[in-house]
Design a protein around this ligand. Structure first.
Ligand SMILES: C[S@@+](CC[C@H](N)C(=O)[O-])C[C@H]1O[C@@H](n2cnc3c(N)ncnc32)[C@H](O)[C@@H]1O
Length: 351
């Protein structure tokens, strides 16, 4: 017995929907996306790609979703290990009609700190980090007494915003700088100014760098842990090196982004902090990094407040980005004073 003949569809809405379901056969697209390689954003990135693909009529089934997730997970982790400035590159292309599938591949665009600063040196107008030394650095150095008896080490010296004024004030001044493009500018400016600055070019956490033992009265890191240090273990490596180079009674001063009022940064905040050049730490992170090392913590204060109060009015603001960055607002898109972190000066004394 023959089945009942289907009736012809006549509903305009259903007909329109049925035609739109065929449309992906006539849609072609290709594109490239770049994402910061942040492993804790796996869900977010997976959803973003699924949404983009679905908008082209390429809706993934569960197996395809799982495959995308596995690939993303592995590439994000690989990229993150290399550097927080690494970008995940996703290239996608719809397959030849009448197929309604999409092909994509994922790769890494690895960018190091040295690459970033090479780009700064080529594209930005100096002075790159401001024209004036930090008030905190100069105040603490000048409080040490006779400059000639106070050797200073400026780690992550950049182009010498603090190094050169310290040397000019008579402090025997050494500098460590990782980025070759910046070390070159520093060397040239020191020579031009006739200042004798010893420059160690390389990574301050490398024990082979050759820093002198028990020598410095003052070690400074201005905007260095604050911009580029990646973890408690990384800071620990640095503190161990400094402990060997600073003399008993000497001071260590650094700026860092600290979590305020009980805020506990989660993995996303910590990872994005690195991406936005403001890695987040808690006070207990620094306690842990200092554990067993011969230092006493002696002070801590807001960098923004200190510098605003002590820099000469004509030196304010130090750069166009200083107030937003120090207030944690490069990471958190919130009004001034609302971010749960800020840049702080932290001072330790070597026992
Ligand atoms: C934001 S800049 C600050 C430069 C300078 N201290 C100032 O305040 O003007 C950070 C500097 O730290 C350097 N740096 C980052 N990590 C470093 C490391 N592990 N060893 C040595 N230098 C480092 C960078 O290359 C860069 O010059």
């Amino acid at each position: 017995m023959k089945g009942k003949k289907p009736t012809r569809e006549n509903n305009a809405t259903l007909l329109r929907q049925s035609m739109l379901r065929r449309l992906p056969r006539r849609v072609a697209a290709r594109g490239d996306l770049m994402f910061a390689a942040v492993p804790s954003l796996l869900d977010h990135y997976q959803q973003t790609l699924l949404t983009i693909f679905a908008s082209l009529g390429r809706v993934f089934n569960d197996d395809e979703k799982a495959h995308l997730r596995t690939l993303l997970d592995s590439w994000l982790k690989k990229g993150w290990e290399q550097s927080p400035y690494t970008r995940l590159a996703v290239h996608y292309e719809t397959d030849e009609p009448p197929k309604t599938t999409i092909s994509y591949n994922i790769s890494l665009n690895v960018v190091t700190i040295a690459d970033e600063y090479d780009h700064w040196a080529k594209t930005r107008t100096p002075p790159l980090f401001g024209a004036h030394p930090d008030a905190k650095v100069m105040d603490i150095a000048l409080a040490q007494g006779d400059p000639s008896a106070c050797p200073v080490l400026d780690i992550g010296a950049g182009t010498g915003r603090n190094t050169l004024p310290l040397a000019r004030a008579g402090f025997p001044t050494d500098a460590v700088e990782l980025a070759p493009a910046l070390a070159k500018l520093l060397r040239e400016d020191a020579e031009k100014a006739g200042l004798s600055v010893r420059i160690f070019e390389g990574d301050a956490t490398n024990p082979e760098l050759g820093l002198p033992k028990d020598y410095y009265q003052l070690v400074i890191l201005a905007e260095v842990i604050a911009s580029h240090f990646r973890s408690v273990a990384h800071v620990r490596q640095l503190f161990e090196i400094i402990a060997g180079s600073i003399r008993p009674g000497g001071l260590l001063v650094f700026s860092a982004f600290l979590a305020l009022e009980g805020y506990k940064p989660d993995a996303v905040a910590r990872e994005l902090g690195e991406v936005f050049w403001c890695p987040l730490f808690t006070r207990s992170d620094f306690d842990l990094a200092m554990q067993g090392l011969p230092f006493d913590r002696i002070s801590e204060e807001s960098t923004l407040d200190y510098e605003r109060e002590h820099l000469p009015p004509e030196a304010w603001p130090p750069t166009g980005w200083f107030e937003q960055w120090t207030g944690g607002r490069d990471l958190f898109d919130l009004p001034p004073g609302r971010a749960p972190v800020e840049l702080r000066w932290v001072t330790y004394r070597r026992k």
